[in-house]
Design a protein around this ligand. Structure first.
Ligand code: 4AD
Ligand code: MG
Length: 478
């Protein structure tokens, strides 16, 4: 007989038929005459209840049915008197893989997220992490669908590169040299010409620069790849390895870019609401449980309500300079409550400032534009005031910056001057400058941090819980 998935069984109308399922035991409850086994196969957040009559199955077999064990069960699907609509009256139970209850780390109780992070290799077996995995999958699919439906082309940009797209120097080096005894130049520096690629290379921090090359031929492209940042940030919003979606569009100015970013985020959130309802309901209940311990005024909006709110309301758009004025005149600034002071034009906004604007002042997502040139990357278009650049950051409640983007500097002379001023090596970036030499056009793009999106959609408090194997400073397990 063919095995059926629990998701399909729970949807089906197969009462009275004999079916076969396989999965892992979540819990087992023993009563006098029967054992109730909750089986989950990962196809849905919901379990199938298996009813095993102690008169039918040996004590020895039922003893092996413990949390974490893998079973195949054949039986008759019947209407259930309990909480669930249907249950399976077992006729045959095969314990495929035992899970010694004295050793198996996951007990049938609520574990802390910290404990589960240490046991990340098993945490998919919990309701929370299997729900997150399914939502993550849906969001990956929705990203490709959104862009495909709009006529964008997906481009694979390199993972190993010789450039630093963001110019922030936060790169992981890639080398095959013997670090204990590297070849040296006369001045004592390492001779990278003897390295694998004949030059110094690193893991990419962004696919943007290569994405621009494609956009200036295909008009609308997007990348969706892993990016790596050796930034020593131990926060609930930073990973050293994360996934980024970077659309890049020829003939788009900053306004077109903002419109696309807002439409994209709303689409993804609506997609989750429409397609991940059961998992989101579970995650919402989970969050509500956690929130109970917090004081009333620090509790966040219920998850589904929050997602609907973002999906239907217009984002606020304002300039960096306007934001600085709001922040300077804000209550926390006047009372000295910000950890980082807002000095004025030129202050790099911290997450506490971004969250104040979104959560307290506007109570809506915000798009900030026109940042001071010197706190943003070299490739952003210089505005007419020559002090600011056509940058845009999309700020979300709980998350802070979820998207960073800009209109790009398409004028060769302006770009070259800027690169010189910012110490960007011109010779090595000659290939990039060719796009400005030949057929240069106004163009724009942005980067969405995929894990920041998933953090928002799932309502999880820590970005380390929305990627299967988080890499953070001093942590690279599995
Ligand atoms: O603002 P960032 O650095 O922008 C870029 O990399 C541009 N090249 C994007 C572009 O215009 N094509 O990063 C973009 C987004 C951030 O807004 C944030 O959501 C996410 O990437 N991000 C991180 N996510 C997790 N951990 C980190 N360490 C992150 N750094 C950035
Ligand atoms: Mg940024």
């Amino acid at each position: 007989m063919k095995r059926q998935e629990i998701k399909e069984i729970l949807k089906s109308d197969a009462i009275g038929t004999t079916i076969k399922v396989s999965g892992w035991v979540r819990t087992k409850r023993e009563s006098k005459n029967v054992n109730f086994i909750n089986l989950n196969d990962g196809s849905t957040i919901n379990n199938l209840q298996i009813v095993a009559d102690v008169a039918v199955f040996s004590e020895e077999l039922l003893r092996k049915v413990t949390t974490g064990a893998a079973l195949t069960v054949t039986g008759e699907l019947v209407e259930s008197g309990g909480q669930q609509a249907v249950e399976l009256i077992a006729k045959e139970i095969d314990v495929i893989g035992e899970a010694d209850p004295d050793k198996y780390p996951l007990q049938p109780k609520r574990h802390s997220l910290e404990f589960l992070r240490e046991n990340a290799h098993l945490r998919y077996r919990t309701n929370t992490f299997s729900a997150i995995a399914r939502v993550r999958h849906s969001m990956i699919f929705a990203v490709h669908k959104f862009f495909t439906d709009k006529g964008f082309f997906n481009i694979h940009t390199p993972i190993i590169t010789a450039s630093d797209a963001e110019g922030a120097g936060e790169m992981f080096h890639v080398t095959t040299l013997d670090m204990a005894n590297p070849p040296r130049n006369e001045d004592g520096s390492i001779n990278y010409s003897e390295d694998f690629f004949g030059k110094q290379t690193n893991l990419t921090v962004s696919g943007q620069l290569e994405g621009e090359l494609a956009a200036l031929a295909l008009s609308k492209i997007y990348t969706f790849g892993p990016t790596f940042r050796a930034e020593n940030s131990n926060t609930s919003r930073h990973l050293a390895e994360f996934w980024m979606i970077e659309p890049e569009m020829a003939f788009y100015d900053l306004n077109d870019n903002m419109d696309l970013a807002e439409e994209f985020l709303k689409y993804l959130i609506k997609y989750a609401l429409d397609n991940c309802a059961e998992d989101l309901k579970f995650l919402s209940d989970r969050q509500q449980q956690e929130e109970k311990d917090k004081p009333q005024d620090q509790r966040s909006m219920e998850l589904l309500e929050k997602l609907k709110f973002v999906a239907v309301n217009d984002f606020v758009r304002l300039t960096y300079t306007e934001a600085i004025n709001i922040l300077k005149n804000s209550k926390p600034a006047k009372k000295g409550k910000f950890k980082y002071t807002v000095e004025g034009f030129g202050t790099d906004l911290q997450s506490e400032h971004e969250r104040y604007l979104v959560e307290k002042h506007f109570k809506k997502p915000v798009i900030l534009i026109d940042y001071p040139a010197n706190i943003k990357a070299f490739y952003m278009k210089v505005n007419e005031d020559s002090k600011t650049v056509a940058a845009m950051d999309v700020l979300f409640p709980q998350i802070g910056e979820i998207i960073g983007g800009s209109q790009r500097e398409e004028r060769l002379d302006v770009l070259v001057e800027k690169m010189k001023a910012m110490d960007i090596p011109l010779k090595e970036m000659d290939w990039y400058l060719d796009t400005r030499r030949y057929g240069s056009v106004p163009h724009s793009g942005f980067g969405l941090g995929f894990e920041r999106l998933i953090t928002f959609v799932t309502g999880m408090g820590n970005i380390r819980d929305v990627i299967p194997f988080p890499r953070t400073p001093k942590n690279c397990e599995f």
